[in-house]
Ligand binder design. Structure first.
Ligand code: NAP
Length: 345
């Protein structure tokens, strides 16, 4: 554990210049626990962070930020599978690359997702037809009140669309310390999205999928090093079939994806684009030109600028389509997480 300078600017991909009362980098479960105990001693709120790629600081954080940098990539195999045990503080994209270099495919559709391995289960990261839940065997969580590590099976994690038990019962008082993945040696490419559909299923390689995903992401998504952002700012809304049909009557090109439960997923980015919001800015915050679902820190934005822009986007989309967008990004106030919908409503 090491105490660092308390600016959070390099610890959130929005690049917002917030500060914390204390900032620790934990490289083991033991040091993470020690930091937690310090916070109890000082009666402070705690925020556990990986790379800060899915959060918005609304203001300075009055407590202790603990950065999880628990490392380690262990690989075992049997006849049919690779079993991986990964430290929560490993960088996700680096893991995807390392595995591919070792000839272990299965994560290529999830290339270039910002953040740490330990953050991946929290929102069940997903992209281009693959979700973490498809490859997750277990998640190891440290119970910060008892100091015990508990192993949750994938079923116990209650994975849903950008959701898991780690946003609910296991949100407070627990830290993810490792993630277990299982990858099938019989590789099955997933080629249902975008440019992947153009690849030849007979000859396609994991590297080709990786390259195509990286190319698609690079062309649409802003590099946080250039324009701070937290990826998709809003969740894709899931509405009733009747509601989707009503919108389609007025807008026949509406992209809509039927779900197993009979409801229909709409593309939030498309809805925002139809409101002619691409490039629109409030203060230093703007809707990204290439991908309307992403809000960016264009120039020295504050948390308030981004909130005001998110409010504007939600109102414009809600008024036009009667679909009320909800943030996927988590909002952090001085004392901890806030209800993001409540903040922008
Ligand atoms: P896109 O291809 O422009 O499509 C817009 C939305 O429609 C996607 O979000 C996707 O929903 C849905 N969609 C597209 N093709 C689909 C299909 N064949 N079957 C089912 N649903 C389909 O999306 P994009 O913004 O460029 O993103 C590409 C992928 O990367 C998506 O899976 C997206 O979720 C993921 N991504 C996530 C983040 C994040 O921060 N969470 C940021 C960038 C991209 P789904 O989201 O359900 O896949």
């Amino acid at each position: 554990m090491s105490s660092q300078h308390n600016s959070l600017q390099s610890w959130n991909t929005f690049g917002l210049d917030a500060h914390a009362a204390n900032l620790d980098v934990a490289t083991s479960a033991e040091s993470l626990l020690q930091s937690w105990q310090q916070s109890l001693l000082h009666n402070q709120p705690v925020l556990l962070l990986g790379e800060g790629s899915n959060i918005l600081f609304l203001e300075d954080f009055s407590g202790r930020v603990i950065i999880n940098r628990i490392k380690g990539i262990q690989i075992e195999e049997d006849q049919h599978h690779w079993q991986l045990h990964i430290g929560a503080g490993e960088n996700w994209h680096n893991l995807v690359q390392v595995l591919l270099e070792k000839g272990i495919p299965g994560l290529e559709n999830l290339a270039m997702i910002p953040g740490c391995v330990g953050s991946a289960p929290i929102q069940n990261i997903g992209a281009y037809g693959v979700e973490l839940k498809d490859v997750c065997a277990y998640v190891d969580v440290l119970d910060l009140n008892t100091g015990e590590v508990e192993r949750l099976t994938a079923a116990a994690c209650q994975f849903g669309y950008r959701d898991s038990i780690f946003k609910h019962q296991y949100q407070l008082g627990y830290a993810i310390v490792a993630v277990g993945l299982v990858l099938n040696k019989q590789w099955r490419p997933v080629m249902t999205y975008g440019d992947l559909r153009a690849l030849d299923p007979q000859t396609v390689t994991p590297q080709q999928i990786f390259d195509a995903v990286c190319a698609m992401r690079s062309s649409k998504l802003p590099d946080p090093a250039i324009a701070g952002n937290a990826g998709s700012f809003f969740k894709n809304p899931v509405v009733t079939a009747e509601a989707a049909e009503a919108i389609r009557t007025a807008y026949p090109t509406l992209p809509a994806y039927p779900q197993a439960d009979g409801r229909v997923k709409l593309a939030a980015g498309w809805l925002i684009e139809q409101c002619e919001l691409k490039g629109v800015s409030v203060g230093g915050a703007a809707v990204h030109q290439q991908q309307a679902l992403v809000l960016i820190n264009k120039e020295k934005a504050t948390g308030s600028d981004i909130v005001a822009l998110a409010h504007e986007v939600r109102q414009r989309v809600g008024t036009k389509f009667n679909v009320w967008l909800e943030p996927e990004v988590r909002f952090i106030g001085a004392q901890g997480e806030k209800d993001a919908v409540g903040v922008i409503a």
